[in-house]
Design a protein around this ligand. Structure first.
Ligand code: FAD
Ligand code: UDP
Length: 365
């Protein structure tokens, strides 16, 4: 065996593992099926603007050790995510906070906002929200639900809000203060020079084979290393033998426009059903860019099918139960360890992926 570890996938999970393993004197080989490293945090330079090719990425964490960890590899700016929601011709601040409520109802105080929300849901008598609709209504009332949640969520997930789990909406902060920061985390920012540089540094000194699909070169690669860290889709690894795990995919329609500033914000969500895309990202605003042109991406959400990029796992009962079956298979492996968002069939933010890779390093190395 030539290597201690074969790492499948040059995303954040694989790169953090490779970096730590190298520090411990282990020999690793990384294989990546795409023609570039960095997985979904890959950034492409378009006339000086770092374009987040697989969807906008804002680094945020509450963990000081993870913030310190990433700051070894890049300097971060002081970007704070504050998306705007557009419902027909009306504009609202996100996440749901006093700016949203005062615009929606012409009120000024938290007491007034809470009274309106209570009045809008009193007759529903929701004790334990059974689905996303009930959860959203009980948190923000009928008006905010109808204008800012229902259409966006149904476009994003391709499912009725009553068929979606309540927890999806719980990741959004709800505040009765005038604060448009989308995240509650202590640390937040965008790496100067893009995310790809971080992964480049993590992979320094480790050989990487691009355009190499592990599954298409299984025989050769399986014998190249003592152990395999697999960050691809767990069901695909097993040739879908127990069934297919569902994902939502996204089509990005990216264009460069001959103007300096298109929408005045990095993120604008389109929350009505009639507009076919869920949001428009204007990449330069993540870095306070002053370039003469701008690059925007419209995001169209759709059901994943084989061959598409898998973005959001659909963690409903059926899929979670199926994943548990694959996990049981994985537990019997003594050579292969599954990790990352595809290996774990879980929506992980970047900081959580790094935490989970570092935990694996601690157990394994
Ligand atoms: P990936 O980045 O997906 O890397 C896995 C790699 O494995 C890929 O490069 C893939 O090509 C490769 N691979 C798969 N199968 C094979 C195979 N058979 N052979 C060879 N290579 C293979 N997180 C945040 O913290 N903030 C955000 O704002 C944020 N925004 C997001 C927006 C979107 C649209 C999405 C989908 C995610 C977002 N995330 C965000 C989450 C973030 O993208 C992930 O936490 C992170 O990219 C996960 O890293 P990973 O290494 O697990 O997976
Ligand atoms: N959401 C919404 N309206 C918005 C933004 C978010 O209803 O304008 C809901 C939607 O269901 C989404 C969830 O909140 O899936 C979580 O939002 P987040 O911004 O985390 O979504 P993502 O960035 O994953 O698309």
């Amino acid at each position: 065996m030539k290597y201690d570890y074969l790492i499948v996938g040059a995303g954040l999970f694989g790169a953090v593992f490779a970096h730590e393993a190298k520090k411990k004197g282990k020999k690793c080989l990384v294989v990546e099926k795409r023609n570039h490293i960095a997985g979904n945090v890959y950034c492409e330079d378009i006339h000086g603007i770092w374009v987040h090719k697989y969807g906008a990425h804002i680094f945020h964490t509450s963990h000081k050790n993870i913030w310190d960890y990433v700051n070894q590899f890049a300097e971060f700016n002081n970007y704070i995510n504050a998306p705007v929601a557009r419902y027909k011709d009306e504009l609202y601040n996100l996440p749901f906070n006093m700016n949203t409520f005062s615009k929606m109802w012409g009120i000024a105080t938290p007491k007034e906002a809470k009274e309106i929300i209570s009045a809008q849901i009193a007759h529903l008598n929701i004790k334990e929200p059974a689905n996303l609709e009930e959860q959203a209504l009980s948190l923000v009332g009928r008006d905010v639900y109808e204008k800012l949640i229902k259409g966006y969520t149904e476009k994003q997930w391709g499912r009725d809000c009553k068929e979606l789990p309540a927890f999806i909406i719980q990741r959004l902060p709800l505040r009765f203060v005038y604060d448009n920061n989308y995240f509650n985390d202590r640390y937040q920012g965008i790496p100067l020079g893009g995310y790809t540089k971080i992964v480049e540094k993590l992979l320094e000194g480790t050989p990487v084979r691009l355009n190499t699909d592990f599954l298409a070169n299984r025989q050769e690669l399986e014998t190249a290393a003592e152990k395999i860290i697999y960050t691809g889709m767990i069901d695909q690894y097993y040739d879908y033998k127990l069934g297919v795990l569902e994902y939502r995919s996204v089509r990005f329609e990216t264009e460069e426009l001959a103007m300096e500033n298109y929408q005045g914000n990095a993120v604008v969500n389109y929350t009505d059903r009639e507009v076919p895309y869920t949001r428009i990202i204007e990449h330069k605003h993540f870095e306070f860019g002053q370039q003469p042109t701008t690059v925007i991406s419209r995001e169209y959400s759709r059901e994943w099918k084989k061959g598409d990029e898998p973005y959001y796992p659909v963690n409903n009962e059926r899929n979670n139960a199926l994943y548990e079956q694959y996990k049981a298979l994985a537990a019997q492996e003594n050579k292969v360890i599954f990790g990352g968002r595809l290996g774990g069939y879980k929506y992980y933010d970047m900081d959580k992926v790094i935490i989970s890779a570092l935990e694996l390093c601690q157990r394994e190395l």
